[in-house]
Design a protein around this ligand. Structure first.
Ligand code: PRP
Ligand code: ZN
Length: 283
């Protein structure tokens, strides 16, 4: 069967996490910064290292079968690709930001203003939906310096930590879209046997990230109380201890409310709570 190709970002905010995800899926490949393409020794896959802005079109046109890229880039290029999986990393938002000195209270006040951006497609749709009549100045980079240079009144750019805005005397004004890394595929590729295998591996890695493996000791009298506090994959395993009054409980706890559950378990009499990272969860 034909070797699949997956395109990932060569350098930038998604590169490291994309490589980490593929490695965690058990794929063995070299990650040389200089190479454009890398073979996977233990899976029928080749990895293409590309500029993120090119990835959606390469996937749409079938030059790559799969890609990992920010949703902002996908929306901006208006391609037809299939969303296979949201990946939960590379979270950021596309925001309109204005100079600290500018006082605006409502988005409608952007009417008549100029906004510099590298995301004209998304911005145009946003302004249209809000019925704002602003001028879009499309530039190719360093958007954050344009108000300071007098090139525009505002900007529309990606914000992650907010550091870039701050150091350029800008403040976030409104959210245009939220974005994260997405695993995309060319239309129809989702039925490919190896894509399904890869997708399953990706999902098992993502599930594992959301949960922790927990072992705790508890007196038998308190066991039911503790079990009520535990979700587990099916139900927790209960293992007898040498001390007959006590048992060890093995289970999986979601990261989201981890500390709340741990505190409730301690109140219920749990002792020696040991928490371990999980590598994969396969259903
Ligand atoms: C974005 C954006 C800002 C910066 C914001 O660029 O254009 O420069 O990140 O991040 P911060 O809020 O953490 O300071 P990116 O690194 O994605 O490069 P690119 O737009 O050239 O792809
Ligand atoms: Zn880019």
């Amino acid at each position: 069967m034909k070797t699949l190709k997956i395109a990932i970002q060569k350098s930038g905010r998604l590169n490291e996490k994309s490589v980490e995800l593929l490695k965690n899926c058990g794929l063995d490949f070299d990650n040389y910064k200089s190479s454009l393409i890398s073979g996977v020794s233990n899976f029928p896959l080749e990895i293409l290292f590309l500029r993120d802005d090119d990835i959606p079109e390469y996937v749409q046109d079938g030059i790559a079968d799969l890609g990992i890229v920010g949703e902002n880039v996908i929306q901006e290029t208006e391609v037809e690709v299939v969303y296979l999986q949201r990946l939960g990393f590379g979270k950021c938002s596309l925001k309109i930001a204005i100079p600290n000195s500018l006082d605006l209270n409502d988005v409608t006040e952007l009417s008549g203003k100029s906004i510099a951006t590298t995301y004209p497609v998304i911005l145009r749709k946003y302004l249209k939906a809000k019925e704002i009549n602003a001028e879009i100045r499309t530039i190719s980079g360093s958007v954050e310096i344009s108000p300071g240079l007098g090139l525009s009144d505002a900007i529309c750019d990606l914000v992650s930590t907010g550091g870039t805005l701050k150091s350029n005397g800008l403040k976030p004004f409104c959210n245009v879209m939220s974005s994260e890394a997405i695993l995309i595929g060319k239309a129809g590729i989702e039925n490919h046997e190896h894509v399904q295998e890869l997708l399953q591996r990706v999902q098992s890695v993502l599930r594992a990230k959301e949960t922790k493996y927990v072992v705790l000791n508890i007196h038998k009298d308190n066991l039911n109380k503790a079990i009520e506090l535990l979700p587990g994959v099916k139900s927790p395993s209960v293992v007898p201890l040498a001390d007959e009054g006590w048992v060890a409980v093995h289970t999986v706890i979601p990261e989201s409310d981890f500390w709340d559950r741990i505190n409730l378990l301690r109140q219920a009499g749990a002792q020696g709570i040991t928490v371990m990272p999980i590598e994969k969860i396969i259903f």
